[in-house]
Design a protein around this ligand. Structure first.
Ligand SMILES: [Zn+2]
Length: 374
């Protein structure tokens, strides 16, 4: 029941003028994050509905499809009592509790485009996740673009999440108008991306710009799951902190130790919250120096006019960004431009907005994939 191109998906409504129909063309954005899945529906460039559910174990595409159905029904104004026929997709075995209750799947009409962001390397054609160490193992090398075409009637553009975030911030966010920018996102790991001459950098095999978190900052450091030694991400990321704390390798002050005992884990925000004790201050100082080294490497490689620093920990940007900026500016090559370090106004939606931008570009080009490797 693949929908036909060029029709709005609110087909039950009466005829409308073409411009009104264009305004109602919707795009779907799916952000497969390290710990949660975010969904967004865009109309006329605006986010009109969104949802989020925590990732609990391996993600099933059936469960994801049902979560999308529910969000589209909400955006469509149909609600749960919709009388639309089921699309016939089998019910998911394990549906995320917060996202897809046991309701009949509503009919999903034609979409203008679908974008999917993944926390790893995508193939140059923009159809699948090639590698994301330790994450979404069940989706590796699955043609997500073809799945989307079958499930939602529109082939998806698949993109690395950090690259999508930078595309979003360059399109309508904090880096709007910039032609040369880099992004560092502090999530579970360290994501990076680069924009050169107004185009997201992808490289011949899709790896360009997105692996700066895996620059070696300690030749005697631990082996990273990526295969390299002493990566920035293996030393100063949320997962590295959690693993070091679980091993008992960290010198925790009383306040941080109490948080670790209460929550059975700690995050970078716990370091920020307890930095008035010297142990936390020392850990956070080392993390900030590692992030600064990554940004210096990005600036030397890509010569940006602006550096976007984002991720959940940047909610504490007031205390981190000035130190990070001072370190980066101090250590850059002498004649290098000193770019401002900035945080997005709406960091939670930058990936979704980037996907909406990518899908609209693909829609206008009439192709569900990137323009090709470069
Ligand atoms: Zn690594």
């Amino acid at each position: 029941m693949a929908p036909k191109r060029g029709r709005t998906w609110t087909t039950a409504r009466t005829a409308h003028r073409n411009d009104e129909e264009a305004d109602r063309m919707h795009t779907l954005a799916i952000d497969l994050g390290g710990t949660a899945v975010k969904l967004g529906v865009f109309a006329a460039g605006r986010l009109v509905a969104d949802d989020e559910f925590a990732l609990d174990g391996e993600l099933s595409l059936d469960a994801l499809g049902h979560a999308v159905d529910r969000l589209l029904a909400t955006a469509q104004g149909m609600g749960e009592g919709a009388s639309s026929p089921s699309d016939g997709t089998p019910r998911a075995a394990a549906v995320p509790a917060q996202a897809a209750p046991a309701a009949a799947a509503p009919a999903v009409g034609p979409l203008a485009g679908v974008g999917i962001a993944v926390p790893g390397i995508v193939d140059p054609a923009g159809t699948r996740l090639l590698a994301a160490h330790g994450k979404y193992a069940g989706l590796h090398d699955v043609d997500l673009s073809a799945w989307s075409a079958e499930r939602f009637g529109r082939a998806a553009v698949v993109e690395n999440d950090a690259r999508a975030a930078l595309i979003g911030e360059a399109a309508d966010g904090i880096a709007r108008g910039a032609t040369d920018a880099v992004l560092l996102t502090l999530g579970t790991g360290i994501g990076t991306a680069a924009l050169i001459d107004g185009r997201p950098l992808r490289g011949r095999h899709g790896h360009a710009g997105v692996l700066s978190g895996h620059v070696t900052v300690d030749l005697d450091g631990p082996r990273c799951p990526c295969g390299n030694i002493g990566c920035a991400e293996a030393l100063a990321s949320t997962w590295a902190l959690r693993e070091a704390a679980a091993r008992g390798d960290l010198d925790l002050g009383p306040a941080l130790a109490a948080r670790h005992a209460a929550n059975r884990t700690i995050g970078i925000r716990d370091l920020v919250a307890t930095r008035d004790e010297p142990q936390s201050a020392a850990l956070l100082d080392r993390f900030i120096r590692v992030w600064a080294a990554v940004i210096v490497a990005q600036c030397h490689a890509f010569d940006p006019e602006i550096v976007v620093v984002t991720g959940g920990v940047m909610r504490a940007a007031g205390s981190i960004l000035p130190e990070l900026t001072a370190l980066v500016h101090e250590h850059l090559w002498s004649s290098s431009f000193r770019p401002p370090l900035v945080t997005p106004d709406a960091p939670a939606t930058s990936v979704l907005r980037g996907l909406a931008q990518l899908t609209s570009e693909s829609h206008h080009q009439g192709a569900p994939h990137h323009e090709g490797p470069r």
